[in-house]
Design a protein around this ligand. Sequence first.
Ligand SMILES: Cc1ncc(COP(=O)(O)O)c(C=O)c1O
Length: 446
Amino acid sequence: MSASKLAEFGTRHVAKGIGRLATEVIESGSGSYVTMASGRKMLDFTCGIGVANLGHCHPAVTKAAQKQVGTMVHAQVNIAFQKPYLELIQSLLPVMPHKSLDTFFFWNSGSEAVEAAVKLARHATKKPNIIVMQGSYHGRTFGTMAMTRSKTIYGENYSPLMPGVFSVPFPYCAQCSIAKHSNGKFNYDNCCMDPVDQLELLLKRETAPSDTAAIFIEPLLGEGGYVPPPAGYFQRIREICDKNNILLVADEVQSGFGRTGKMFAIEHFGVRPDILVMAKGIANGFPLSGIVSRKELMDTQKPGSMGGTYAGNAVSCAAGIAVAQAFKDEKILDNVNTRGKEMKDMLQKAKSDFPKMIYDVRGLGLMLACEFVGGKSFASKVQAKCMEKDMLILTTSIYDTLRFIPPLNITKEDMAKGLGIIREAIEEVAAGEDPQETKTKGQAPE
Ligand SMILES: Cc1ncc(COP(=O)(O)O)c(C=O)c1O
């Protein structure tokens, strides 16, 4: 079948509910590029939504998976221990953000791992309710749909959802109405901390501490707009959790495994989570997720109450071990911080060149966002221009935002190429919108 006929076939026979950036068919991937069935090669700044973080088909990861396929594919966690599962734990223990996080449970998807954290929190505390952040994304399964608060589409017409979920604002300083009306007094560097006050009110008005098992937070809000919290926020949250015997759950499905320049984003904020949720980058594309917590919490659950047919698949675990090794061998975190700075500098320059178009630039490491002034769909327009120029790039959140998730091991050359395309796309969209904005056209990206 020709590439275009294949795409037509897909449009007819694949469920419409799966939204899709491109209607093309991906044939293969290698490093920072994917090749379409049509032969078109595209620079990939999406990494399959923050998953193939070491680039597509990373040689060491592929080799480890291939070897495991010929050794043992499906060992089944409820039958016996399996070697890759245990060796993966050995690789992960040294990089956990706190030494108390030493007992693991592996699942398949991020949503399942989030639900495993809900189960653990409820079971260990014997309390029913959980608190999530407005703007958060935790998944699309029945439990996680109730927790996802980034867009209504994820829950619309699927009710009734899981009960016992309450929400409070995340400190999104660029869109905080108190900051906006404070004549510059409050901003990201000087947060009003209203979200913390709102949390304290919630615990007085809606869900008593004695009914509240856990607070779930993405340490760097993902789907909600790639928003890092301001300094001091997590300390306040930790204090509230400690005071009220509430567990702090860090959902690092997207922000984990080096994405923000540290192994886990929570490390930027210096607090200890009680449960850490991980997925996506853990196995560079092989289905694997997990939770890690303290042994005394994990061991409250009775044998048999956890597990699942494919949980902690041996091939995925073997890939995960190779990922952990690659982080050390290739000094991935150093590259994230160097390339991340190059990218942030370029975006900040674009913001100062196009002040009527770009509203906010933010993020950590290679988890960066560019929020445009609302109402003109700038993000989708820039995205479309990038696609025309053979580059895959994603929008996010209810605000007009582009998110950047390039491979963590992207080369200096490919980063420069990507930044050139993005800059050009911004210039072209600006030129089409408002002649005033074209003043700086032609400037090379930094
Ligand atoms: C922070 C976060 N949690 C949970 C999930 C759900 O993961 P999955 O799509 O693997 O179920 C995602 C997915 O994007 C996510 O970003």
